[in-house]
Write a new protein. Structure first.
Length: 381
C-alpha cells in the first residue's frame, strides 16, 4: 500500500496528512540551511572583508558655498590626535622632470599665465613636498570666477573637513539605468577614509550596489592608502569582495600577487581626493592641454595612468551652474578591461568632482552628476 492511502483507492484524511507534510517541509529547510553553510564563500580575498577598518563617524552640519579658490602653499599633514605636529619638510630646488614655482613666479602671481601648448605628463611622484604653488587661476576660469586679491598672502594648505557629495545616476547596462551615488571623504587627524557608494535601480530594492573604500594616512606628499575594498552586490547573487593591501614597499593584489609599491600610488577611490589635493596646490596643472601622471593600484595590476585636461565647461546641475575643468584618462575603455573614470572638477567647490563618468566600455557606463551642494563637517573633522 502506498504512503498516504488507508486502503486501496481510499486516501488518508487531510488532517492525518498535514503533520507528515510539515515534518517534510522542516527537514528540507534544515537541509538547505546546512548545505548553504557548507558552501564556500563566493568572493576574492575571503575573510578580508570581515576585517574591514571601522568607519570614521562624523556629522555633516553645513553646505559648502561656491567661492573663488585661494592661493595656497604646501603645508604639513594634519597632526595625529594627542601627538606633536609633523614638521614641514624644507623646500628644495626643483627637479628637472617636475618644475615648481620660484620666487619670480610668486612675484608675478597677479599676471595671467600665457597660453600653453600640450605638454608631456607631469609625474606627481617627482613633485617635492613643501614646494609653493603657482598663484594664478587657470585661464578658462579667470573670467568665470571672482578674482582673488593679488595682495593677499598665500595661505597654508589645509585638508578639507569631512565632506559628502551626493549624485544622481544615469547610464546604460543592457538598457538605460537610473540610481543614486554618494562619495564621502572622512578624516580623523592623519587618518582618512574615502567611500564611494553606487546604487542602480530603486533605492528600496536596488538591482546592483557597489561600495569602494580606501583607508590610509594623510602625509605631506598627499594621501598614502593602506587598504582598498570593493564590495559588489547583485540581486540573486552572492556578494563579491575584492581587497588590495598597500604595504610600505609592496602592493598585495586579491590574487595574492605582490608587486613593488610605486611612490605616490593611489587606488580607485583615493585618486579623486589625491588629485583634488594636487590641483589645489598647483592650479596651473588644470590648464587645457596639460596632463598628470598617476600610479594606480587596481585589482589586477599596478600601473601608471595619464590624465589629460581637455577643456573648461560650465555644467548645469540641480545646484546651479558650476564652472569646471574636464579631466580624462588617456586610454580607451574595453570589455574586460579596467574601469575608466572621467571627472569634471570645480575650482569654486574646493576642486571637488561635480561629475563623474565611469565606463566599462562604449555601451556600459554610469554618469554621476552632483544633485546638491557638498555637505561638510565642522572644521577639523
Amino acid at each position: 500500500m502506498l504512503p498516504g492511502l488507508d486502503a486501496p483507492g481510499r486516501a488518508r484524511p487531510p488532517s492525518q496528512r498535514r503533520p507528515h507534510l510539515l515534518a517534510l517541509t522542516l527537514a528540507v529547510t534544515l537541509l538547505h540551511l546546512w548545505l548553504a553553510a557548507q558552501l564556500p564563500s563566493a568572493r576574492l580575498g575571503d575573510g578580508a572583508a570581515d576585517n574591514r577598518p571601522k568607519r570614521i563617524e562624523v556629522a555633516f552640519v553645513r553646505e559648502l558655498a561656491p567661492a573663488a579658490p585661494h592661493a595656497v602653499v604646501a603645508a604639513p599633514a594634519p597632526r595625529p590626535r594627542a601627538a606633536a605636529r609633523v614638521p614641514q619638510p624644507a623646500a628644495s630646488a626643483a627637479s628637472a622632470t617636475a618644475p615648481v614655482a620660484t620666487a619670480d613666479d610668486l612675484r608675478q602671481q597677479a599676471e595671467p599665465l600665457p597660453p600653453v601648448e600640450p605638454t608631456p605628463p607631469i609625474d606627481i611622484a617627482a613633485i617635492e613636498p613643501g614646494a609653493p604653488a603657482l598663484l594664478a587661476l587657470p585661464l578658462p576660469l579667470a573670467a568665470a570666477l571672482p578674482a582673488a586679491s593679488a595682495a593677499s598672502a598665500p595661505r597654508p594648505f589645509e585638508w578639507p573637513p569631512s565632506t559628502r557629495l551626493s549624485y544622481t545616476l544615469t547610464g546604460n547596462y543592457r538598457g538605460p539605468v537610473h540610481g543614486q551615488a554618494q562619495v564621502e571623504w572622512l578624516r580623523d587627524g592623519t587618518r582618512y577614509q574615502v567611500h564611494m557608494d553606487v546604487s542602480v535601480g530603486p533605492s528600496f530594492a536596488p538591482l546592483m550596489t557597489r561600495r569602494v573604500s580606501s583607508e590610509g594616512e594623510i602625509t605631506p606628499d598627499g594621501l598614502s592608502p593602506r587598504r582598498y575594498d570593493e564590495i559588489t552586490r547583485v540581486a540573486l547573487r552572492s556578494p563579491r569582495h575584492v581587497t588590495i593591501f598597500l604595504d610600505a614597499d609592496r602592493v598585495r593584489l586579491p590574487s595574492g600577487r605582490e608587486l613593488p609599491r610605486p611612490p605616490q600610488v593611489q587606488d580607485s577611490a583615493s585618486q579623486f581626493v589625491h588629485l583634488t589635493w594636487l590641483f589645489t596646490l598647483r592650479p596651473e596643472l588644470l590648464q587645457p592641454g596639460r596632463s598628470v601622471e598617476l600610479p594606480l593600484a587596481l585589482p589586477r595590476v599596478v600601473e601608471s595612468w595619464t590624465y589629460e585636461v581637455l577643456a573648461s565647461e560650465t555644467l548645469d546641475t540641480p545646484a546651479g551652474p558650476v564652472p569646471t575643468l574636464h579631466v580624462k584618462p588617456r586610454r580607451e575603455s574595453r570589455p574586460g578591461g579596467d574601469l575608466t573614470a572621467e571627472m569634471w572638477v570645480a575650482p569654486s567647490l574646493q576642486y571637488l568632482p561635480v561629475r563623474l563618468l565611469i565606463r566599462q566600455d562604449a555601451e556600459t557606463f554610469i554618469d554621476l552628476l552632483i544633485e546638491r551642494l557638498p555637505e561638510q563637517a565642522a572644521p577639523g573633522r
